[in-house]
Ligand binder design. Structure first.
Ligand code: AFP
Length: 350
């Protein structure tokens, strides 16, 4: 396994490139984005900076602990979940670049108020992923995905959002860890920008991140093992058997329980992240949300040369039927994702 990602690190002798300059060059020189999409990404980044500041204040900001409410998934909302959601809504609704927004924390899509102009894009986000980690000072993050509003739709409802992940025009996440890093794809590679806390702006620190095809590291919540399907057990049993097992090598395990942090590690040094379907509650085909977590992360991972499946099909090909739909997620180093997927397909066929 290669420990280092093949991404191009920042060269200290080169003048730092700000996120704004990167986006302007993507628009002007490469024609990769238009002015509205540039504005949208800048606004999302600004909101992430505000969330990063709130997260960084910790107990001093009075924002730790539960908000005493539940979201549409029936999960208890943290004060920071609610605050992050408000920050993203407020930042994005007046700029004229969006037709509507949808958040993991809200039952229904959020329309753009009539007093503001509307744009051609739909923004989908998980404002604070991994928020159960917030009170114990472990990394959390914001995940976002951008879709085009379907032609001719002026008042987008849930149906406008139900597009497969292949239609995303941009996606990414901000991880609020020992430093705050914004990871972005516009459909042509993956770029990482570190927040300069003194200057207050995001600076390009890694270009064209690449996930190694092979890995010796896996991320999964092992406490669910007894609920897994047989091919899932087979895959993990083989990893756990180590050198003397069928894989002939030892594997290491990591599980942060913040998807952003686990995916960020995989983008940095490889690995496979799995949240499989389990038989604990057969009404739920997995824990993670297709539109808010799986699709944006799958877009990023594929753009970095990795793979992302549900264990049976490519995540980006799944046609959503509900805004808050859940899917199993297998993503990261290509050869491991393909192997785990093959085990599931072989089991289905036999
Ligand atoms: P929370 O946002 O409720 O903390 O959930 C985080 C998450 O959606 C994802 O970020 C983690 O990978 C996963 O759930 C952790 O799930 P377990 O708690 O079952 O390990």
């Amino acid at each position: 396994m290669s420990d280092a990602s093949a991404s191009v690190p920042a060269d200290a002798s080169v003048k730092p490139i700000s996120l704004s300059r990167f986006l302007i060059e993507e628009q002007r020189d490469k024609g990769q984005i238009n002015a509205d999409l540039r504005l949208l990404i800048e606004v999302v980044a600004r909101a992430c900076k505000r969330i990063s500041i709130a997260v960084g204040k910790g107990a001093l900001g009075g924002v730790l602990g539960s908000a005493g409410t539940e979201n549409v998934q029936g999960e208890t909302q943290k004060k920071l979940d609610v605050l992050s959601n408000e920050i993203l809504l407020e930042a994005n609704e007046w700029g004229g670049h969006l037709a509507a927004l949808a958040s993991e924390e809200m039952d229904d899509p959020h329309p753009i108020p009539n007093r503001y102009p509307k744009g051609e894009y739909l923004l989908v986000f998980d404002p604070l992923d991994g928020s159960s980690n917030i009170d114990v000072n472990i990394s959390v993050g914001t995940i976002f995905s951008v879709l085009r509003c379907p032609e001719g739709v002026t008042d987008p409802d849930e149906r406008a959002f139900l597009q497969p992940g292949t239609r995303q025009v941009a996606a990414g996440y901000a991880v609020y860890g020992s430093s705050t890093v914004l990871v972005l794809t516009l459909g042509d590679g993956v770029y990482a920008f570190t927040l300069d806390r003194e200057q207050g702006g995001f600076v390009l620190t890694q270009s064209r991140l690449t996930i190694p095809a092979d890995t010796g590291e896996f991320a999964i919540n092992m406490s669910n093992l007894r609920h897994w399907e047989p091919p899932m057990r087979r895959y993990i049993d083989e990893l756990l058997a180590g050198k003397t097992g069928p894989r002939g090598r030892d594997f290491n395990m990591r599980w942060v329980a913040s998807m952003v942090a686990d995916v960020h590690r995989i983008l940095t040094r490889g690995g496979i992240f799995i949240y499989p379907r389990d038989l604990k509650d057969t009404s739920k085909p997995g824990k993670l949300r297709l539109m808010y977590e799986a699709n944006p992360m799958a877009f990023v991972v594929e753009q970095a040369g990795g793979a992302a499946t549900t264990g049976r099909e490519r995540i980006l090909d799944v046609v959503p039927t509900q805004l808050h739909q859940r899917v199993p997620v297998f993503l990261g180093s290509r050869n491991e994702v393909e192997r785990a997927t093959r085990y599931h397909l072989d089991a289905d066929a036999s």
